[in-house]
Write a protein that binds this ligand. Structure first.
Ligand SMILES: C[S@@+](CC[C@H](N)C(=O)[O-])C[C@H]1O[C@@H](n2cnc3c(N)ncnc32)[C@H](O)[C@@H]1O
Length: 283
């Protein structure tokens, strides 16, 4: 049963009143609402479109969280990525959910069972880059289309993990920490360490020259473009980036969408046409 079925109403799922169930509830900034809004729209569109075409329709969440979060300042409770994915009307046939923190895993499992009891899922507790082989074992090689949502706090999604995903039909929505982590720390923490998070994330070492030869304000763009070039090597062909700002209108992160198929990009454009405040996006 999806949330819609359970409550018998057609309203937007983030408008449901969620209860504090005394399990862990991470605090998040209000700007996270944009990513949930676009993700929810996209998953609704794509799950509907996939329903009769693909016997296996999977959703992967490599940094799953606890299912519910609290907006700092207002105290509002919102569903987060995995619970959003579990609640779409045309359910995915399977959800693979990785999360390192044990308390988050316990909370996520309880909330999935409560709000989306018919959903089929597996939670992998551990580092997503270590769990990925088990996840891959659960993705059929044929007749399966998958969407992976990759939402780390920083540069914790290894290129090698992206490479493994690219061996199946997996569209990517990656939160790029281009203004949070990478841009602040590259000189201090990453430049002299050949195995830095940035090297593991981007999958090549040539970023050093490019960064050193770039004005600071152009670094986020340089970083995004280099990463896109790297994903092209894995077979991804169509990309879209959406920047998200904080209260001071400063860019804080970018949502990168990557797919092998033009139809995926059409769905993503549709999903982000109207933002969480009801404003039409101009692009
Ligand atoms: C930014 S939160 C995103 C949560 C969720 N996707 C959402 O919609 O709010 C990142 C999550 O990844 C988890 N995490 C951090 N490092 C991880 C890793 N290496 N592998 C798997 N999970 C990790 C954290 O515990 C946290 O719950």
């Amino acid at each position: 049963m999806s949330l819609m079925g359970k409550f018998g109403t057609k309203c937007h799922m983030q408008q449901y009143e969620l209860e504090d169930d005394k399990l862990v509830i991470p605090d998040i900034g209000w700007w996270a609402k944009k990513k949930y809004h676009f993700l929810e729209n996209y998953l609704k569109i794509v799950s509907k479109a996939m329903k009769d075409k693909w016997p296996h329709r999977q959703y992967l969440d490599l940094f799953s969280g606890a299912g519910i979060a609290r907006i700092k300042g207002t105290g509002e409770l919102v569903m987060t990525s995995s619970l959003i994915a579990a609640s779409v009307d045309n359910q995915f046939s399977f959800l693979h959910l990785c999360e390192r923190d044990q308390e988050n895993c316990i909370a996520l499992e309880s909330r999935l069972r409560r709000y989306s009891p018919e959903c089929k899922f597996k939670i992998y507790q551990g580092d997503a880059n270590d769990c990925i082989d088990q996840v891959m074992d659960g993705i059929p090689k044929r007749n399966c289309l998958a969407v992976a949502f990759v939402d780390p706090f920083g540069l914790h999604f290894d290129y090698e993990t992206a490479r493994k995903l690219s061996t199946r039909k997996v569209d990517l929505i990656v939160l790029l920490a281009d203004n949070m982590d990478a841009m602040r720390n590259w000189k201090k923490y990453y430049e002299s360490n050949p195995e830095s998070n940035l090297d593991r994330f981007i999958g090549e070492s040539g970023w050093r020259d490019a960064f050193n030869n770039s004005p600071t304000e152009r670094l986020p763009e340089k970083f995004r473009l280099r990463y896109i070039e790297q994903l092209k090597k894995l077979g991804y062909q169509f990309f879209e980036t959406t920047q998200v700002q904080n209260t001071s209108n400063r860019d804080i992160y970018t949502l990168l969408y990557a797919t092998e198929h033009p139809l995926g990009l059409k769905f993503w454009d549709e999903a982000r046409a109207i933002d969480e405040k009801g404003q039409r996006n101009l692009f």
